[in-house]
Design a protein around this ligand. Structure first.
Ligand code: SP5
Ligand code: ZN
Length: 341
């Protein structure tokens, strides 16, 4: 299996995150995650680790708004020019617009509040470059399956599925899986299945009004879990995209059996949609031992999940999303991937 990986992710290494309640914590979405996955892959003889190609900005601008991409590109440099009487650890605003405030301010912090929906996507020196490296991995994997590979793995960092047309959040800046899915959609209908523990609100935003890309997310119920404002079962697409988005919210404690029966429903929808390619947003935070998760999905469950998805026999691009139990991450992702060899 071709695995696309770029070490540009190392340029993005936020020093902390703010948890609900205000506590500073070490950033869970850290570079060590990639080291863990890479070393697990290097122990497998089926994984061929490759540098991604550079695809330029066109595939990004086909999915994200130009003003938002511009913000990501220029924000850190601008931030270095802003004078503050206190230490600047990262570009991270503290003011956000409530409902009805749609103005885009001129100031950098104003724009940061405008484009960010939470406090977990700080912009550092190197964040934009890392995000570009990450999308290039996704696009290189997309190209591989477009050219006839049965599957490819995009080892993306930063992750992408919380990033929408014009917003970042949840450790995500550019939506790797969505950019790859849009690129593939030039070749036929696409299904994008998101198994990250959190609702794929960014992917939902991007494809909500499109009927040619079926997006399905299985995740923790947003009524109890991040991202709170998106991912409910009654959000099913709009306009041309009516019925082509589906959310499957699950309760805390969801075990293998419960997860797999929901997955079966999702797979039935994908089969009847009859896509040409499948993109999988693969977050390993669905695992029982994840520090952000509340599911009871075991490693055997992950194996079964992979087996059932692979049984669709669609050319598949697997895209790394979340997963924060670093000690288990390598084994979990290789367990999933092995089904797609
Ligand atoms: C890509 C990805 O997985 N992003 C997730 C970002 C989640 N950030 C906010 C987490 C809030 C967690 N609240 C604590 C619940 C612990 N059970
Ligand atoms: Zn997640």
């Amino acid at each position: 299996m071709q695995v696309y990986y770029s070490n540009t992710h190392q340029l993005h290494n936020p020093p902390f995150e703010l948890f609900d309640g205000g506590q500073h914590m070490p950033y869970l979405e850290n570079p060590e995650r990639m080291e863990r996955v890479l070393s697990a892959l290097k122990e497998r003889d089926w994984a061929e680790i490759l540098e991604p190609d550079a695809f330029g900005l066109d595939p990004v601008l086909a999915v994200h708004d130009a003003d938002y991409v511009d913000f990501l590109r220029t924000a850190y440099e601008e931030w270095t020019q802003v004078k503050t009487p206190y230490e600047k650890k990262a570009l991270l605003p503290a003011t956000f617009p409530p409902r009805g405030w749609s103005r885009r301010p001129k100031s950098l912090l104003g724009r940061a509040g405008y484009y960010m929906f939470d406090l977990s996507a700080p912009i550092m020196d190197g964040t934009y470059q890392a995000a570009l490296g990450s999308i290039n991995c996704a696009l290189s994997g997309a190209k591989a399956i477009a050219e006839g590979e049965r599957s490819a793995f995009a080892l993306c960092r930063p992750p992408g599925h919380h990033a929408g047309k014009s917003f970042c959040g949840g450790y995500c800046y550019l939506n790797n899986a969505a950019i790859a899915a849009h690129w593939l959609s030039g070749l036929g209908k696409i299904a994008l299945l998101d198994i990250d523990y959190h609702a794929g609100n960014g992917t939902q935003d991007i494809f909500y009004e499109r009927g040619d890309v079926l997006t399905i997310s299985i995740h923790a119920d947003p009524d109890a879990e991040y991202p709170a404002f998106s991912g409910y079962a009654d959000e099913m697409g709009a306009g041309q995209g009516s019925g082509s988005h589906r959310n499957f919210p699950l309760p805390a404690g969801t075990d293998d059996a419960r997860y797999l029966s929901t997955l079966r429903e999702a797979l039935t929808l994908i089969k009847s949609f009859a896509p040409v390619f499948l993109v999988i947003s693969a977050g390993m935070d669905l695992y029982s031992g994840d520090p952000l998760g509340t599911f009871s999905v075991t490693r055997e469950g992950i194996q079964q999940i992979g087996k059932h998805i692979a049984a669709l026999e669609l050319p598949s691009l697997i895209v790394m999303e979340g997963g924060y139990n670093n000690a288990a991450l390598g084994k979990n992702i290789t367990t999933l991937l092995k089904n797609f060899i």
